[in-house]
Design a protein around this ligand. Sequence first.
Ligand code: XMP
Ligand code: MG
Length: 177
Amino acid sequence: MITIKDKTFVPFIPADAIQDRIQELAKQINQEYADKQPLIVVVLNGAFLFAADLVKHLTIPCEITFIRVASYQATESSGQVKEILGLSESLEGRDLIVVEDIVDTGLTLRQVCAQLREKAPASLSIATLLFKPTALKEALDLRYVGFEIENRFVLGYGLDYDGLGRNTQDVFVLSEE
Ligand code: XMP
Ligand code: MG
């Protein structure tokens, strides 16, 4: 159990299950990108541990880069618009694998992927550790999914509550009590 500020979190996905699943995902990527040299695009901050563990099991040649997604309010009522920060390399003709910690509504990745596609990559696929299918608002093609989970707030292994709790080996879930 972990307590952060006013919230209590209980164990949800143990470290060994996470590591086993990551090895399976890496194996799938190694097979599907056997003749390619992908550019791994890690979405900070949440995906930093997942990405680090995933790439250790990749045997294909790959490059790794890191982006941040900054939110700002649009001037109209279109909600939050996300701007990509930190991308310096050319994406033209590259095979991108975007690595995320969690897909909830999918709105973040939708906007991020739309912006990445404008830079003319040869292909783009998504790897996410966690996916909340019942929260998804817009269709998103998720090629590599670690775990489908229910629509509850999770923390740990990169995911935070108010900036805290990223540095655990297990994933925890907000206690319902
Ligand atoms: P959307 O809704 O755009 O959200 O798919 C993606 C981003 O929202 C954050 N998020 C969470 N963070 N526990 C967290 O610590 C959660 O359960 C959770 N759900 C969404 C996360 O930053 C993700 O990139
Ligand atoms: Mg995130």
